[in-house]
Design a protein around this ligand. Structure first.
Ligand SMILES: Nc1ncnc2c1ncn2[C@@H]1O[C@H](COP(=O)(O)OP(=O)(O)OP(=O)(O)O)[C@@H](O)[C@H]1O
Ligand SMILES: [Mg+2]
Length: 586
């Protein structure tokens, strides 16, 4: 993770102001309860010194009892404060957590492909869960104990000076020493705990990819290598954590040492001055009490600090997502798509890297009208998927323009555009749920007949009907209980249910047998509403009938025309043809 400079850091945190504003009142109410509790803690030693110096010294039992009741009353008030801040802090922090997660979730949802790609999935998961928890822990702690430390420190000093100014000076000397130690430790600890957080991130990412590729790992017997890589990340985290803890190990003891030295000085001074009659015993007891309160408060500062460092690193990482700028801008006044279905690419170039030299698409121009089919053919990596991904504006072209239904897609409303363009991606993604639920992603309100009709065209109806539960069959995560070809056909049916005006099939009949594919093709050519079909395929037979075929090579369209035209004019196309009819090398 790159180091942010001061100003950027401020900017990246500014999103937290929103929550500060929202929870200002209960937050300060919690602090008020906390202050009440701390004040009660501060008064107790003073009252006790009176019990010793007045009540016990004069053997005045009624005075002792009287003061005892007062102490009891103060304890009661303190308990009310403690209960109040406990309730408030839990309520506020849990609401804060829920809000933050929701906002983060919404933000991720709105990010464009290009912006979302900057964060890998593993790190987004950590940000949504662990990082939010860290922030909330800190906020919760702030309302519970952390704010108590400064109140107790300042209060103890004031009370001590009021009781006896010379002895109070000891506290005045101790507290700044400890403050300096804390400052130094914060400076040293911050980068260390940031590193721990990055190591957690790396480990999570490793686990995620491992679980995703577990089948391949088993198939290739790569367990040893995978174990090695896991071990590397695991030790990385272990080392980072151990290093951070080792560095911080001096912290608590050094704070305690300074405070205990203070106690020794108080006892020594107190002893001398009690002997000379300048100080009363009860006051010395009260001082010791204040010292222990301070040492308790200051050691909780260590917890504050660790949580603060973590929360700060987490806040930055959450902020990176919250402040992620989308380069893809929605038009201010979008133009609605025209009635007439059409698609036009003019001199479109595209690069995955901003300002990158190696372009994935180079100067692509073609157009087609309602009811036409465009076939795209080309070797793997030639840019076919990239080309169709530009149509629903998953990415913005680097140069040139794309018109859908007469409107430049950068001028159109993205939601409307995506409603009219349906894509069956190369890798079909299904969700846990029944087949029917999955298909209704295409159209929430589709009737069962409509769903069946779409499944019919996609040649999925038959196999679905043969399943024991038919359309109510439950699919595991990602549709694990279906074959590749079955998944592809469901994905096609799902896209068909959207009744798109532009229908894109990205090599999604690769796992379907040739005869079934032919039937699907026949069904697609008879779709109502004359949509444009864009069919990416590996097999020439899949696109032979298309009105226009684009032959792609290395991001360029090297041939464009019908099957017959290309056979005559395009070398690449002829080569592909030859290889598929088995004449290669003949
Ligand atoms: N998300 C991405 N980030 C960076 N480069 C990418 C990305 N996706 C694809 N590419 C690159 O763009 C080029 C074109 O890829 P594309 O997926 O469009 O090929 P394709 O023609 O669809 O191949 P296939 O037939 O194997 O699906 C490839 O060189 C690939 O490395
Ligand atoms: Mg592809």
């Amino acid at each position: 993770m790159m180091e942010l400079n001061g100003i950027e850091r401020e900017m990246s945190m500014s999103y937290l102001n929103r929550y500060m504003k929202r929870y200002r009142i209960p937050f300060f109410a919690a602090l008020a309860f906390l202050t009440l509790e701390a004040l009660c803690d501060l008064i107790q030693p003073a009252v006790m010194s009176r019990v010793v110096d007045v009540g016990i010294r004069n053997r005045d039992m009624s005075y002792v009892l009287h003061m005892g009741f007062i102490m009891l009353g103060i304890t009661g008030v303190g308990a009310i404060g403690a209960v109040g801040r406990n309730i408030l802090s839990s309520v506020v922090s849990q609401h804060f957590a829920a809000d933050l997660r929701m906002d983060l979730y919404k933000k991720i949802q709105t990010l464009s492909y290009a912006a979302a790609r900057r964060f890998d999935t593993g790190s987004l998961v950590t940000r949504l869960t662990n990082d939010v928890t860290q922030l909330v822990n800190f906020a919760n702690g702030l309302m519970r104990i952390f704010a108590k430390a400064p109140i107790l420190c300042a209060g103890s000093i004031i009370m001590a000076i009021l009781l006896d100014p010379p002895a109070g000076l000891v506290l005045v000397a101790v507290v700044p020493c400890v403050a300096v130690i804390i400052l130094i430790e914060i400076r040293r600890g911050y980068p260390l705990f940031s590193r721990v957080q990055s190591a957690v991130d790396a480990l999570n990412e490793k686990i995620r990819t491992y679980l995703q590729t577990i089948r391949v790992v088993k198939a290739f017997n790569r367990f040893k290598e995978e174990k090695g890589r896991f071990e590397e990340k695991n030790t990385g985290l272990c080392k980072a954590q151990a290093h951070a803890m080792k560095t911080m190990a001096l912290f608590s003891p050094s704070v305690l040492m300074v405070v205990n030295l203070g106690i020794v000085v108080v006892l020594w001074m107190g002893g001398l001055r009690v002997n000379s009659g300048a100080l009363e015993v009860g006051k010395v007891i009260a001082f010791l009490n204040y010292m222990t309160q301070i040492s308790f408060a200051l050691t909780t500062v260590f917890m504050v600090f660790v949580r603060f460092v973590r929360a700060r690193a987490s806040a930055e990482r959450v902020g990176e997502v919250m402040n992620a700028e989308d380069t893809m801008k929605e038009p201010v006044s979008p133009i609605s798509l025209k009635k007439k279905t059409s698609l036009r690419f003019s001199h479109v170039s595209f690069s995955y890297k901003t300002g990158g030299e190696d372009r994935a698409l180079k100067d692509i121009s073609f157009s087609c009208d309602a009811g036409q089919t465009v076939g795209i053919l080309g070797s793997t990596g030639s840019g076919k998927s990239t080309l169709v991904n530009l149509i629903p504006r998953f990415y913005d072209s680097t140069a040139g323009s794309i018109e859908v239904c007469g409107v430049d897609i950068q001028q159109a409303n993205t939601e409307e555009l995506r409603k009219n363009v349906a894509m069956v991606p190369q890798k079909s993604t299904l969700f846990s749920g029944t087949i029917l639920e999955n298909l209704r992603w295409g159209d929430q309100n589709a009737t069962l007949e409509q769903v069946q009709e779409a499944s019919n065209i996609a040649q999925a109806h038959e196999f679905i009907s043969n399943l024991p539960n038919g359309y109510e069959t439950y699919l595991g995560q990602g549709g694990v209980n279906l074959s590749g070809g079955q998944k592809q056909r469901l994905a096609i049916a799902r896209a068909l249910l959207r009744h798109p005006r532009i229908f894109i099939l990205d090599d999604c009949t690769s796992a379907v047998d040739a005869l079934t594919e032919k039937k699907i093709r026949a069904g697609l050519s008879a779709l109502p509403g004359a949509p444009i079909c864009i069919v990416i395929a590996q097999r020439i037979a899949s696109v032979m009938q298309a009105n226009r075929i684009l032959a792609m090579e290395d991001g360029k369209v090297v041939g464009s025309g019908t099957h017959q035209e290309l056979l005559k004019s395009c070398m690449t196309y002829r080569d592909i043809c030859a290889s598929q009819s088995g004449r290669v090398g003949a």
